[in-house]
Design a protein around this ligand. Structure first.
Ligand code: LLP
Length: 419
């Protein structure tokens, strides 16, 4: 059972987030609204940490999954580090009270400014993704009179068996340094005097549901570590990226954190390097729901549409990846179920949140779209000039507003009509 399953439960047929009725949140903050459970976030983090307790490790939460300051602050307090992919994410981590000394910086396109700012902030490590980037970091570190800690993100050429848009560890993907080139690039890094080799890194994809690709990646990375050691290059850490999946569909059975940890710990048995991880989805996905209200029920010749006030701009995953999210009524009634297309108001046929969902609906009903804590708000946009949703974090009987709903005037505040 996931942390989210225990945090979002029905009491007297109405859905609660911890001890707060979702109805009350909708009344106070309006819809659409993201609602997160602090308990679920905390227990996902603690569960991950407990699974790897036998080996020295650092969890670097992948900020892109959900970058709200309140969430970053919570993880920072729990001891987490952070995996960032932009200067913007670094600014958020620091604003939220995160420790720059626990930041790893991934991404294929780090700009000069981002590298300089990260060096000045004193981050833990750059996950370098190309020879040109390695040279650039060395040059900038030299200009600043600093030594940059680096790790090479190697592409282990392992099939993550996930959606093609979120697989990153194949030769055809833009990520990382080709496996066969890694040794030579490490030797180059050793010769550059403003770099310090700190580790090795890989990330093969997201929403992985099987253990085997992770085991294969560990094996490939360790083979390189052995080769590096024979070459006299010692590493302080091995970063295995993120990617552990969560259960979106009832019939899916993603591998558990225990199975995942067991496979990895077996692979690294006897190694002294600190293990690092960059989980995003696993820590936040099940801890959030998107609360939305049914505006209209529209019966068509072919299908019935439930038009809700959330749309693809709020939760892009169904439109972009044909992702399936469970959609449940906030008030569960014993009425007859009908199949509904759950769609938003955006002018695109791809604007659906769920298709053919069996629900008993009436106009004005509240729905909760589950497992929306990861890559929900973080991928939202203002398409159709829609203000981004409010975000609320529930802690026991308290519901804290952690992001105000955007105001419409703010959406065009930066626009200029030439005189
Ligand atoms: N580390 C790196 C270098 C990454 O690129 C990612 C995700 C992570 C860690 C975290 O992966 P996670 O543990 O969350 O699987 N928007 C997509 C997911 C894109 C993931 C991109 N990289 C979705 O909604 O499914």
């Amino acid at each position: 059972m996931s942390a989210g399953d225990t945090a979002f439960t029905y009491r007297h047929n109405t859905l609660f987030a911890e001890d707060v009725a979702l109805h009350d949140i909708a009344r106070q903050h309006g819809t659409p609204c993201y609602v997160y459970s602090k308990t679920a976030l905390t227990s996902a983090y603690r569960g991950f940490a407990a699974a790897f307790a036998p080996h020295a490790h650092l969890i670097c939460y992948a900020v892109k999954a959900n970058p709200n300051l309140a969430i970053l602050n919570l993880f920072a307090k729990l001891g987490s580090g952070f995996d960032i992919v932009s200067g913007g994410e670094m600014a958020r981590v620091i604003a939220a009270g995160g420790d720059p000394g626990k930041i790893v910086f991934s991404g294929v396109g780090k700009t000069e400014t981002e590298i300089r700012d990260a060096l000045n902030a004193g981050i833990l490590c750059f996950n370098v993704e190309s020879p040109s980037e390695l040279e650039r970091i060395n040059r900038i570190a030299g200009e600043l009179n600093k030594v940059a800690p680096v790790s090479l993100r190697v592409n282990p050429d392992v099939d993550a068996k996930t959606h093609p848009y979120i697989a990153t560890g194949l030769k055809e993907n833009k990520f990382g340094v080709a496996y066969g080139d890694a040794l030579a690039l490490y030797r180059r890094a050793r010769d550059l005097k403003n770099l310090k080799i700190d580790g090795i890194d890989c990330h093969i994809g997201s929403q992985l549901t099987e253990v085997a690709p992770f085991s294969a990646a560990v094996e490939r990375v360790l083979a390189l570590v052995h080769a590096l050691n024979s070459d006299g290059i010692e590493l302080a850490h091995i970063d295995l990226g993120g990617g552990l999946g969560i259960q979106y569909e009832p019939e899916e059975a993603p591998c558990s954190i225990e199975e995942y940890a067991a496979a990895i710990l077996k692979g690294v048995a006897g190694r002294k390097e600190t293990l690092m991880f960059e989980p995003g989805r696993y820590l936040v996905g099940d801890a959030g729901v998107l609360l939305t209200r049914v505006e209209y029920l529209k019966r068509g010749e072919d299908r019935n549409f439930a038009i809700v006030d959330a749309a693809m701009n709020d939760l892009m995953r169904p439109a972009l990846y044909q992702a399936w999210h469970d959609i449940v009524p906030v008030d569960s009634r014993p009425n007859a179920l009908e199949a509904w297309e759950i769609v938003g108001p955006v002018c695109e046929s791809g604007d659906f949140l769920g298709r053919g969902r069996k629900l008993a609906l009436k106009e004005g009903d509240l729905l909760a779209i589950r497992s929306a804590g990861a890559y929900g708000m973080s991928m939202s946009s203002n398409y159709n000039t829609r203000a981004r949703a409010a975000e609320v974090m529930v802690d026991g009987a308290n519901a804290h507003l952690i992001r105000k709903r955007e105001t419409l005037s703010a959406l065009y505040a930066n626009e200029i009509v030439p005189k």
